[in-house]
Design a protein around this ligand. Sequence first.
Ligand SMILES: Cc1cc2nc3c(=O)[nH]c(=O)nc-3n(C[C@H](O)[C@H](O)[C@H](O)COP(=O)(O)OP(=O)(O)OC[C@H]3O[C@@H](n4cnc5c(N)ncnc54)[C@H](O)[C@@H]3O)c2cc1C
Length: 457
Amino acid sequence: MRNVKQESFWLDRLNEPLSPRPALEGSLRCDVAIMGGGYTGLWTAYGLKRIDPSLDVVICESDICGAGASGRNGGWCMGELSGVRSLLNDPRHGDGARRLQTHLFEAVDEVGQIVAREGIDCEFKKGGALKLARLPAHLPRLRAELSLLRQAGFGDDSYRFLSAEEAAERIHSRSFAGALYSAHVAALNPARLVRGLARVVERQGVRLYEQSAVRRVERRGIATDRGQIQAAHVVMATEGFTPNLKGRKRRLIPLHSMMIATEPLSDSMWDSIGLSERETIGDWRRVTVYGQRTADGRLAFGGRGIYAYGSKPRTRFEAEDPIFERVRGAMLSLIPQLESTAITHRWGGPLGVPRDGQTRVRRRNASGIAFGGGYVGEGVMGAYWIGSTLADLIMERRTYRTEADWLHKDFPLWEPEPLRWAGVTAVRRLAEYLDEAEERGRQPSPWLSRLCARFLP
Ligand SMILES: Cc1cc2nc3c(=O)[nH]c(=O)nc-3n(C[C@H](O)[C@H](O)[C@H](O)COP(=O)(O)OP(=O)(O)OC[C@H]3O[C@@H](n4cnc5c(N)ncnc54)[C@H](O)[C@@H]3O)c2cc1C
């Protein structure tokens, strides 16, 4: 029998049995019906009930809350939204994008305040992020990014260049040429956040049905195998699972990110590694890698992974899958002290990736259907932002969140298969080839680098 706890380190470590809530049976009416019990669905429900506690809100989750990406991610709660950075210096969006970016920074603290207020113990610690320049080829990319951020008006209080010596004070190694330090990043336990949020919205009066996969989305309603809901508003919050829904195959693709967790490390090991503020870590290779020092003293580390032909989202992976050894190799390239450390957990899950890498949120007045997502790897805070925006849109409130109306568009469609698979695989291989060349001390063609940067989310 399936044991969801085995599907992520974070789910495994929860002190609760993870037995499903009752499924939807029969017909009911409500004000807002939400599909998906991950961060997006739950933050939308939370926002709605904060605005109007009398609203009748129902969530239908096909599995259990947190079984999707929200219960299995890297736990970087960062002040970013996929696609916004590339618009910061675009004259068409400049001011709006910069204002949005400032709000996104603040939103990390808002998440910290809400979890404290609501009693969600998700090990939130705002220690910033270190993006390490490990190879000579990484430094120019770091400098280019910093210059873009400076041009957009963000100073040392948000992003700081750390010299080799300054970086070594945080991660005790002399092998980095420097780092970009981002202040607006917190590390947290993702499963505790999603499970805690589910309890909070239930306390607010939201009805939560689990093991209730929505099969049909209609004007003003949804249907599962055994139940139906009529609602003035329907919210689709299914992110990487969206391609499973009829007629929505090409909106987002599930790109799987893969993670490992070490055994708990001794204090002396942590003394040799550093990261005393639980700073999250990554580097400047093209195929994203990310790590966090967990509250229980392990290193959880991940890397972007695989796309399955036909946009099939996966939540189960074999521990023997060679991809985990690659993730471990990436971890050792940053922290070689972990060479003999045991890996206790291996798992993965689907990100939702839009064709243009741009997070979106939209409510259609005519049908009452709203959606939000396409976070790529930035949904831990991003879903708080988009869920809150969805609540504003549904309640027809004009707020600083709804101001960024250039996000309020449909996702551009991905190509049909086999073109989709060929394109995604080609970009992935190109990124790996370029990273590999730099690892070997070669300088790859700038033209190929630009091509890769153009398509990599
Ligand atoms: C391994 C990994 C590492 C990541 N690391 C980070 C990170 O460090 N920082 C960061 O910001 N982001 C990270 N992300 C991305 C982040 O986890 C997601 O963007 C975020 O969790 C999205 O939340 P969501 O609620 O939109 O989607 P999900 O959490 O995937 O929720 C969607 C829910 O919808 C349910 N569902 C699907 N189909 C149906 C249906 N038909 N009917 C009803 N329910 C349905 C699913 O079961 C699921 O629970 C990572 C993701 C992964 C997989």
